[in-house]
Design a protein around this ligand. Structure first.
Ligand code: FHN
Length: 443
C-alpha cells in the first residue's frame, strides 16, 4: 500500500473511530488555555444601523430585517450599499491582541443570509453583491494569523434569504414554527457546500460557531450529521453546541445543564451561577445591548464590569466571548475600542491569573473570585478590606508563599480563628480587581 493510501486511511480512521478523551483534550487545549475571545457581528445590517424608513427598531440590530418586516428585495438594497471602505483587518486584529484576546469569531453569514466571504455557492456575498468586491473574511483570517490569534466563524443555520430555508416566510421570519418542505435541499445543496468552502478555502478557521438552530426544520439528527460532516473535513475543528437542537435558550446548555452535541456550551448574555465541572462552555456577551451595530445604542458596560465578568467566567472554568459590532464603514466604535484597550491594560499585568486557569474548587468568596493553576491560587479581590485583612474563604491549606501579582510585594498569611488571613497593603494595586498569588503545594 502506497504512503498516500496509508495517509488517507489514517485520516478516515481518525474521523470514524471515536475520539479518546486524550485526543479531545489535545484538540480543546488551545481553546481552554485562551479563556478570552472577540466575537464580531458585522454585515449588511450595519447599514441601517437600527433605523429603517425613519423608524428606530427595538431589540438587537442584526435582526432589523425581521423587526422592521423588511421584504427581501428591500433588504437587498442595504446589501448593495455595504461598502466598508475603512475596514482594516490588521487594525481589528491589533485591537483584539491589545485587549488580551486570544481568538476571533466573526459572523460569516448571519440570519439574513448575506455572506461576508467570497462564496461560489451563492452571489449573495460581499464580493458579488456589494461595491466593496473584496473578501473581508479572508483578510481578517490572515490578519488574525499574522497577529498570532486563533480564528473561527459564526454560521447561521436559519436563513431568511434562501428560498429553500425561511426566505419566503415574510414578514416576521418566525422560524420557530415555519417549516420549509425544501429545507433538506438547502442543507445539502447550499449550507454544506458553503461550509466546505469555508473549511477548505480558509485554512485559518479553527472554530465553527453555529446559531439559529432553534428553527422547526432543524433536528438533533441533522445536527449530528452536520457535526460529523464538518469534523470530517477538518478533524481538529471545534464546534459549538448550537450545531444540535437541544440548547435550552440563553442558558446555552441542554436540560441537564450539559453539552450533548458539539464541543462546548454557549451561555448567552449570562454567566452560569456555579462552575460546570466536566463541561467546556463559553459565555458570549455584548458590551451594550446589541450584537450588530446600532447608531444609537450607547448603553455601555464599564471596563470594571467587563473585567470582573471575565474573572467570574474564568473562575468557573469558562471562556468569555465579548462582542464587537463594527460600523458599515468597517470601523470599531470608539467606546468599544477604549474598553478593550483598558481590559488589555489590566490583563497585561494580571493575564497569568486568567489564561490557562481552570475552575476554582474553593467556592465564590464575598470579596471576589479565585482562579487556579497547577500550584497556584489567584485571589481576585474586588472589595479591598478596609482593615487590610483578607480572609481566604474556602482555602484550608496554608499557602507556602503569598504576593501581590502586580508588583511582587511579599505578603504574610496567618491562621486566625476566622480562617487563613492575608495581611494586605493599605492601597490596592487596582480598583478593577487586585490579584494576590497564593503558592500552594509544590507550586
Ligand atoms: O439571533 C442570534 C443573535 O442575532 C446573535 O447572533 C446571538 C449571539 O449569540 N445569537 C442569537 C440569539 O440567541
Amino acid at each position: 500500500m502506497s504512503l498516500c493510501h496509508l495517509v488517507v486511511l489514517a485520516a478516515i480512521m481518525q474521523v470514524q473511530s471515536p475520539e479518546t478523551p486524550a485526543q479531545r483534550d489535545s484538540r480543546m487545549a488551545w481553546w481552554r488555555e485562551a479563556r478570552f475571545g472577540m466575537f464580531i457581528h458585522w454585515g449588511a445590517y450595519a447599514v441601517p444601523a437600527g433605523t429603517h424608513n425613519g423608524e428606530r427598531i427595538s431589540g438587537i440590530g442584526e435582526w432589523i430585517m425581521s423587526r422592521a418586516h423588511i421584504p427581501i428585495p428591500e433588504y437587498e438594497a442595504y446589501v448593495h450599499r455595504f461598502n466598508p471602505a475603512r475596514f482594516d483587518a490588521d487594525a481589528w486584529a491589533h485591537v483584539a491582541k491589545d485587549a488580551g484576546m486570544k481568538y476571533i469569531i466573526i459572523t460569516s453569514k448571519h440570519h439574513d443570509g448575506f455572506a461576508i466571504f467570497d462564496s461560489k455557492v451563492s452571489r449573495y456575498d460581499i464580493v458579488d453583491a456589494t461595491p466593496y468586491h473584496r473578501d473581508a473574511l479572508k483578510a481578517l483570517a490572515q490578519a488574525a494569523h499574522r497577529a498570532g490569534l486563533r480564528f473561527g466563524v459564526y454560521y447561521s443555520i436559519m436563513d431568511w434569504h434562501h428560498p429553500d430555508a425561511q426566505g419566503p416566510n415574510f414578514p416576521d421570519y418566525n422560524s420557530r414554527t415555519y417549516s420549509n418542505p425544501n429545507f433538506g435541499r438547502y442543507v445539502e445543496a447550499y449550507m454544506k457546500p458553503q461550509l466546505k468552502e469555508l473549511l477548505t478555502q480558509y485554512p485559518e478557521i479553527d472554530v465553527l460557531w453555529f446559531d439559529g438552530e432553534w428553527i422547526a426544520d432543524w433536528t438533533d439528527e441533522r445536527g449530528r450529521d452536520l457535526y460529523n460532516y464538518v469534523r470530517g473535513i477538518r478533524p481538529t475543528l471545534l464546534v459549538n453546541n448550537r450545531v444540535g437542537h437541544s440548547r435550552q435558550g440563553l442558558s446555552g446548555l441542554n436540560k441537564q445543564g450539559r453539552v450533548d452535541l458539539g464541543d462546548f456550551g454557549t451561555p448567552e448574555q449570562q454567566v452560569p451561577p456555579e462552575g460546570l465541572p466536566g463541561v467546556d462552555w463559553e459565555t458570549c456577551m455584548t458590551m451594550n445591548d446589541t450584537w450588530g451595530f446600532k447608531s444609537y445604542d450607547d448603553d455601555w458596560k464599564d471596563t470594571r464590569t467587563l473585567v470582573r465578568t471575565l474573572i467570574d467566567v474564568a473562575s468557573k472554568g469558562g471562556n468569555f466571548l465579548l462582542n464587537v459590532g463594527p460600523t458599515a464603514e468597517g470601523v470599531i466604535p470608539q467606546p468599544i475600542a477604549w474598553r478593550l484597550h483598558e481590559m488589555g491594560e489590566w490583563l497585561a499585568t494580571n493575564g497569568e491569573a486568567i489564561s490557562g486557569t481552570t475552575a476554582s474548587p474553593y467556592g465564590m468568596p464575598a470579596w471576589g473570585r479565585y482562579t487556579v493553576k497547577q500550584g497556584r491560587v489567584y485571589a481576585h479581590v474586588f472589595d479591598w478590606p478596609k482593615d487590610g485583612r483578607l480572609v481566604l474563604t474556602g482555602l484550608k491549606e496554608k499557602p507556602v508563599r503569598a504576593y501581590v501579582l502586580a508588583d511582587g510585594q511579599a505578603l504574610t498569611v496567618e491562621q486566625a480563628d476566622s480562617g487563613l488571613v492575608v495581611q494586605l497593603p493599605r492601597v490596592p494595586p487596582s480598583t478593577i480587581a487586585a490579584v494576590i498569588v497564593l503558592q500552594v503545594g509544590g507550586g
